[in-house]
Ligand binder design. Sequence first.
Ligand code: ZN
Length: 256
Amino acid sequence: MAEFDRDRDAVMVRAREARVKLIVNAGRHLASSRESVLLAERYPEIYAAVGFHPHDAAAMKETDLAHLENLTHSPKVVALGEMGLDFFRNRSPREVQMAVFEKQLHLASQCRLPVIVHSRQAHQETLDILTRWRSDWGDVSQAPGVMHCFSGDAPQATTYLELGFYLSFAGSITYGERLNAEAIELVPRERLLVETDSPFLTPQPYRNRRNEPSHVRQVIEKIAEIRGLPPEQVGLETAANTARLFRLPSPEDTPQ
Ligand SMILES: [Zn+2]
């Protein structure tokens, strides 16, 4: 995103210093998906996802799905996303969001790529769409994707886990008012992911500043505190989970 145009290299230096070994950078519309692919070509530890965020669903043209499909042939594209439903902001009409979500899920089935799902105040609709799609996807040995920036409650977490999804947590878990510790506790260790959602959702103690990948450390520390584990272990396990879901080289093999 443009927030990093001034100092992207310095941000990546800080990420390496914080021992961030794998980054999946999501798209939110066609232009940003193309930029995501270019970014992944520039930095070895960055991989790309391509997709239309629900906010931008109304901007998706008929031909854009074919453009997205083309981008998936790039060797560093490992997922489709963000995609999903946002009934909190409603920046695109709900019916359009749902149609664009379903089209991208269908594309994911064709390309056999996992999806990165954004769902805000749309749990039931998201669940209905994913449940229908999951039966088309068929192959239960392959995880369908991740619920990103998950902020739902324990019963919601359980429904997505039953569909085979990973759950990913971001800096918002360090804001007392948005913490759902019960949901974080129930995720099996091999289904847990961490993210920053940079430049948004900056964790404490940096809240209200621009977020960046090195701050994933605060998310890991918060999860470690809730689950009663050493942060080192949560870091290693979530890195291994990231590699497994997106079929990336193992983080230990990544040159630094
Ligand atoms: Zn999102």
